[in-house]
Design a binder for this molecule. Sequence first.
Ligand SMILES: Cc1cc2nc3c(=O)[nH]c(=O)nc-3n(C[C@H](O)[C@H](O)[C@H](O)COP(=O)(O)OP(=O)(O)OC[C@H]3O[C@@H](n4cnc5c(N)ncnc54)[C@H](O)[C@@H]3O)c2cc1C
Length: 467
Amino acid sequence: VIGAGSGGLTAAVGLAGLGRRVALVEAERVGGDCTNVGCIPSKRLIHLSRNPAHRSDPAALLAAVRATRDALAQREEREFGDWKGIELIRGRARLEESGRVVVRGSGGGRAIIARDVVIATGSRPRLIPIPGLPPGRLLTNETLFEIAEAPRHLAIVGAGPIAMEMACAFARIGTRVTVVGGGSRVLPQADPDASQVLAAALDEQGVRVLLRTEARGYGDDSEALLVEGPSGPGRVEGVDRVLVAVGRDPVTDAVDGRVDVGDDGIRVDGWGRTSRRGVWAVGDVTTRSHQTHAADADARRVIQAIAFPWIPTVGRPPAIPSAVFSDPEVAWVGPPAGRLRERYGPDAIVRVRVELADTDRGLTDDVRRGFVAIDALRLTGRVLAATLVGPRVSELLPLLTLAVSRRMSLLRLGRVVHAYPTLAGAIGRAADDFAVDTLLNVRREVVAAIRTRAAAAGGALRHGGAG
Ligand SMILES: Cc1cc2nc3c(=O)[nH]c(=O)nc-3n(C[C@H](O)[C@H](O)[C@H](O)COP(=O)(O)OP(=O)(O)OC[C@H]3O[C@@H](n4cnc5c(N)ncnc54)[C@H](O)[C@@H]3O)c2cc1C
């Protein structure tokens, strides 16, 4: 297994647990990005920044983030160094044409011959040129959690999940934050309705958001980030740090030329198979995944395929939920609404949406923003996707992930009893709204469903049955 991050550790531990001898090669730190420069320090920062006692001393808060992260990293180094069945090898590995894995480390070189090789080498931050920006003022996720003092004015280039999370967290600890996003909305990965609510919340938190805007340079004397937006060139004054969070690039050096690699990473099928027999890939290095739980889910399928090759590798890959720990949180599962419309036809889907402010828990907890929106097939109510915005809504994802992956109907989901008063009650309410509307208008819904299905079948015939 090459890479001891989220995906590599799952693969190594799983295979060792099933009696395989595992060589786990790590070039830098056990735990990979998630433990060291990703999920753990970012979520710790988010948590501590919510606590007024910590907010008053941002430098101490940043030190506390590192202390938690370091304690976990040391524990993981120890635990996985001693794991039964796993030999942890320090060094940089490369897959050779012959199929051997060659490791180069401070202790010299070493070759490993293995029947199966799992590539789990992760990703690195994508960089963009910002002429004039001194290296000391540039931050990525690899340096962000090492700063001793909170920035006075942090410009964040990018408006995706990392940008949103860090914008909210740093704003809470007193940093002035400006987000510079190239697209037309924040969090373009999420549903547009979610982006809209998040944008309003950012505004309320004092985070300035510049959209359709690119960072063009930096004037060190004036501490100004030079930008180009819809109304031409502009300046963001007084910026002492610039966090670049414009995406991730897969780390494919270990396999370049040995397996098929596309722009977004190593090409794999739903079971982690690469173009080369016996070579598997999981996690951020692949085209499929950009989150820890996705790397873990990928690795579990690879474990099955390697350890139990006689079990047929059939079945769809699991639905992978996404969560962004901004304020409010944004969480979703299933394809975006646009893709659903393409797939099922523009009129085949209904969206039921419940505002959290209209729920009793929303009332007791002063939840003014946020919603639960569920996209389902007309008539049958099969749940296709869901988007949630609000406090801690990531904790509501499992029920909807189950509904999407089990192809459950909203009519069935509506029979689940929720504790009162919880925000999960909004899911029940959405299911009730669907049931009432469908049952009271059953004739309309049947006609609409027949029409959309006939149109879809006609389209499929016109396209040679491919639909
Ligand atoms: C700021 C931030 C916050 C995030 N927050 C979340 C979150 O809240 N939830 C979530 O699900 N995901 C989150 N992620 C994403 C998550 O961190 C990644 O999806 C996850 O770490 C991917 O795991 P991986 O195993 O593919 O790669 P990694 O964890 O990056 O591990 C790859 C490992 O391979 C090693 N390696 C690379 N090349 C070689 C080589 N040639 N030889 C030996 N070793 C090598 C690297 O040193 C590294 O340790 C976040 C990411 C960032 C940057």
